[in-house]
Design a protein. Structure first.
Length: 215
């Protein structure tokens, strides 16, 4: 009996060891990869950020072209920082003003929706280019919201244009553009939260739909 018992014990020990290793392997495979600074690749990360900036500005170009506003580049300053903004050459009414002013945020929202729909678990993927897009869009919206709350920056800022066209507080506009940003950030961290995806999409449609109230 003793040899049989020893043999059984020897047989059990390797099985337990293998089970522990399998559990550790499963946990490591499901954990998000640690990629370090700039999602592991600064060139691709900042390339994505540049594409996100281009996406925001292309939104303004498309909206102005669709409204036949004769857009042009205008130099502006935020404190000591020089910048260029795409301004409509002529605006017929508040409806056009809202469409052109909000176009950059709508472009960001479309891009973010594509990102989080096509890559719902982007947080766990090794995609520095796409993470650069998502990160830039996040900070651009946060920056715009901050200036809206503070009421600072050039008069041509998008949030002021949206507020003027709707006849409302610029702080309200800051909250409106920040809402889908916060929800998309939650979706990025919690990809299985379907309520966040639904709420985010509704908030983005609301920003589009507010054009109907600008008249």
């Amino acid at each position: 009996m003793r040899p049989a018992f020893c043999a059984a014990a020897i047989g059990i020990a390797p099985l337990k060891f293998d089970a522990d290793n399998a559990e550790k392997s499963t946990l490591s495979s499901t954990a998000p990869p640690t990629l370090g600074k700039w999602a592991g690749n600064g060139t691709k990360f900042f390339g994505g950020a540049f594409v996100a900036l281009a996406g925001h500005e292309c939104g303004h170009v498309i909206a102005n072209s669709a409204q036949n506003t004769d857009p042009y580049l205008m130099p502006v300053h935020y404190g000591p920082v020089p910048w260029l903004t795409i301004e409509p050459g002529r605006i017929e009414n508040r409806h056009e003003h809202y469409i052109t002013a909000s176009a950059g945020f709508n472009a960001q929202n479309i891009i973010n929706e594509w990102l989080l729909t096509a890559h719902p678990k982007l947080n766990q993927e090794n995609k520095p280019f796409l993470k650069g897009i998502a990160t830039f869009n996040f900070w651009l919206s946060v920056g715009y919201a901050a200036t809206a709350f503070a009421g600072t920056g050039p008069n041509e800022r998008d949030t002021k244009g949206m507020a003027d066209s709707l006849g409302c507080s610029e702080r309200l506009i800051g909250a409106i553009i920040l809402f889908p940003t916060a929800l998309d950030t939650y979706r990025y961290k919690h990809p299985d939260a379907k309520w966040a995806a639904t709420a985010s999409r509704i908030s983005k449609v609301v920003i589009l739909g507010l054009a109907a109230k600008a008249h």
